[in-house]
Design a protein around this ligand. Structure first.
Ligand code: NAD
Length: 260
């Protein structure tokens, strides 16, 4: 039997990159997936590809009501909710603390923390009652930047540490009803968006340069792609992980081995 047969999953940021690869893997393993994303074009592609197996909701993770709308759609369409994946996020482009003006730093904080931290909180809050009914679980996409410096600039790194704190506190408060875990991908070749206030302060790099730099930074020397991470999500979402909560699975080419 498929690993996630009959599971109803709600995921944010599924229209692109890691979220899209997770959606594809979940559908392949028998799940139905409700996706919240702000990219109408990406959502349309998913709908065309997967039809009735997905529900696509255009919206913004910083708006609590958008999560409520997505959860309502998932439950009305598929009868229940088993798993929530908080994944939509934005980046600071490695903006250097000393180079950025206080005004830009302040605008960047509001934008980035709203999406990366409040967006995860909003989703978790909106799904809790439904996940209690199914003894379900949550999975947060964090990052190597949740443990080590130099996976981003100050705001991205701080936001990823905050996501891990949020995950651990929720795992504590929601036990024994709901498991809460995280996956920490390392640098991955996606279109991860650098927020506008920081764009003037960072160097935009082409894909080839990005690939080389990702390879150089992890001991396994892998230029990771989104599909490299889906195994960790499949495990945590499944009943095989029923004894796992409050944990982070690193999928980063071995950053801990390097002791970065
Ligand atoms: P991506 O840009 O390819 O995908 C992010 C998706 O989130 C997009 O579809 C985008 O439209 C959506 N999104 C962004 N802000 C949103 C908002 N406010 N409301 C609704 N949707 C929104 O990037 P990705 O690399 O796949 O990033 C996914 C997650 O993986 C993020 O949390 C990111 O921090 C994390 N991550 C990425 C890397 C990497 O190197 N790419 C490494 C570690 C962790």
């Amino acid at each position: 039997m498929a690993q996630l047969s009959g599971k109803s999953i709600y995921l944010t940021g599924g229209a692109s990159g890691i979220g899209r690869a997770i959606t594809e893997a979940f559908v392949k393993e028998g799940a139905v997936v409700t996706i919240l994303d702000r990219s109408a074009a990406g959502l349309n592609e998913l709908k065309q590809q997967y039809g009735e197996q997905v529900q696509c909701i255009e919206g913004d993770v910083t708006v609590y009501e958008d999560h409520v709308r997505a959860v309502k759609t998932a439950v009305e369409t598929y009868g229940k909710l088993d798993v929530f994946v908080a994944n939509a996020g934005v980046f600071d482009g490695f903006a250097k603390f000393e180079k950025v003006t206080p005004e830009a730093m302040s605008a960047a904080y509001d934008l980035l923390f709203n999406i990366n931290v409040k967006g995860y909180f909003n989703g978790a809050k909106a799904v809790t009652e439904e996940l209690k009914k199914t003894a379900g679980n949550m999975i947060f996409t964090v990052s190597g930047a949740g443990f080590y410096p130099d996976g981003g600039g100050v705001w991205y790194t701080a936001s990823k540490h905050a996501q891990i704190g949020l995950m651990r506190q929720l795992a504590f408060e929601l036990a024994p009803d709901i498991r809460v875990n995280a996956v920490a991908p390392g640098g991955t070749l996606t279109a991860l968006h650098v927020i506008p206030p920081l764009q003037p302060f960072v160097k935009m790099v082409d894909n080839e340069t990005k690939e080389k730099s990702i390879k150089k930074r992890n001991p396994l020397q892998i230029a990771m792609i989104s599909e490299d991470h889906v195994g960790a999500y499949l495990l945590l979402a499944s009943d095989q992980a029923r004894a796992i909560t409050g944990e982070v699975i690193s999928s980063d080419g071995g950053l801990a081995v390097r002791g970065l």
